[in-house]
Design a protein around this ligand. Structure first.
Ligand SMILES: Cc1ncc(COP(=O)(O)O)c(C=O)c1O
Length: 391
């Protein structure tokens, strides 16, 4: 009856234990929080007033989005040092939707895209739901996470259509740097692959970190490129459902992509009018929210590194940007057992590394979004438990 594109259903052990503890009413500190609207950030009360524009009573369908909204996104990005022509801005309901549109544009059923590993777990579902195979290429940690370009090149075959980059990556927090980008671009040009660069976390570099260059592929003339972003992370407003992709590449290829994308986007017309009319104002008004998020993730990251000095068995891996931190714990029990022990005994929820396909055990992924008092207290319990043998 049902298609095989829907991934297997069913809860894992961690989700099962979490549901059990919640049903008992056990208080838990959630260090997996990724929803910025639920972590006590100062959202101005009238932030969303621009959504009430009376102009939204008129429906004026536009496959790539209303011209004024595309201009507003281009102006916002120009202010962040990413010059892009509004004609190369395509509005989407979210970054997740942008992936779906791009897979339809680039892939026939059974074609493949290369995805970083470790990275964002949703890639498995996003690819599969569009009938596309995801082939992992390795990121290696040598004091910082880096693309293993040889592994990436070795994964290319006749069905490969695109390379996905995430910069900074979720959860490793690593920017794709200039030399990695040059190597990926070379592989992509040689094999006729598109490059999709997810920069949803680009506005959140850590202090003193070697950031990448956001928008580095926007004006690319060698390979067909798509740079993704959106209000979800840049404005801390995932509920508004507005994302964008920026199309780059050699003139002919980019024009061919835009022509076809127009048909794909026209089939769905999924971006609502009120959020498009409000885009410019929302990007302006949400600046204090983005600043508060940046301050929050930096403070929690600094606190985690200080705390870890007291737990030499654990190592906080280098993070250059984004909303997450990775702790390497002694592999004296499985990640799953450690995470379940943290839930039961310490009342803290963290993600095990295997959710993100880390190459080996034991890694824990901590969100840097929770309020600092909650974060510091819960993170110390995590470090203490991970440093102690299993019970
Ligand atoms: C790397 C990455 N890309 C995309 C998304 C989804 O963004 P959106 O809310 O715009 O779909 C997330 C959400 O966590 C993410 O981590």
């Amino acid at each position: 009856m049902f298609s095989g594109r829907v991934p297997a259903l069913g809860a894992n052990r961690v989700a099962g234990e979490l549901a059990r503890l919640r049903s008992e009413g056990r208080p838990l500190d959630d260090l997996t929080a990724s929803n910025p609207t639920r972590v006590g950030l100062p959202y101005p009360p009238d932030l969303l007033a621009p959504l009430a524009s009376p102009d939204a009573r008129v429906y004026d369908p536009a496959p790539f989005g209303l011209p004024a909204a595309r201009e507003a996104v281009a102006a916002h990005l120009a202010g962040r040092g990413v010059p892009v022509h509004p004609g190369r801005v395509v509005l989407t309901a979210s970054t997740s939707e942008a992936y779906g549109l791009l897979f339809k544009l680039l892939c026939d059923p059974g074609d493949a895209v290369l995805v970083p590993q470790p990275s964002y777990p949703l890639f498995e579902h996003l690819t599969r739901l569009d009938g596309v195979a995801s082939r992992p290429y390795r990121l290696e940690y040598h004091g910082r996470w880096q693309v293993d370009v040889d592994d990436l090149a070795a994964m290319v075959d006749a069905r490969t259509r695109a390379v996905l980059l995430v910069s900074p990556n979720n959860p490793t927090g690593s920017f794709v740097r200039g030399d990695e980008l040059a190597a990926v671009r070379e592989v992509a040009s040689r094999h006729g692959l598109a490059i999709v660069c997810d920069e949803v976390f680009a506005d959140y570099p850590m202090e003193g970190a070697a950031a990448g260059r956001p928008g580095a592929l926007v004006g690319d003339t060698e390979a067909l490129t798509f740079t993704l972003g959106g209000l979800s992370k840049s404005a801390g407003l995932p509920q508004l459902k507005l994302g964008w992709m920026l199309v780059g590449g050699p003139e002919g290829l980019a024009a061919g992509a835009l022509e076809r994308l127009e048909l794909v986007c026209d089939t769905y017309l999924s971006v609502a009018t009120p959020v498009q009319l409000a885009a410019g104002a929302l990007l302006q008004r949400s600046r204090p929210v983005a600043e508060a998020i940046l301050e929050r993730v930096r403070a929690n990251h600094a606190a985690l590194r200080r705390l870890a000095e007291g737990f030499p068995a654990c190592r906080v891996l280098r993070v250059d940007g984004g909303w997450y931190a990775v702790v390497q714990a002694p592999a004296i029990r499985s990640e799953e057992s450690l995470v379940i022990e943290l839930l039961r005994r310490d009342g803290v929820l963290v993600h095990p590394g295997y959710f993100f396909d880390f190459p080996r055990e034991a890694f824990l992924v901590l969100s840097l979004l929770p309020p600092p008092d909650v974060f510091v207290d819960a993170a110390s319990r995590v470090l203490a438990r991970a440093s102690t043998g299993p019970r």
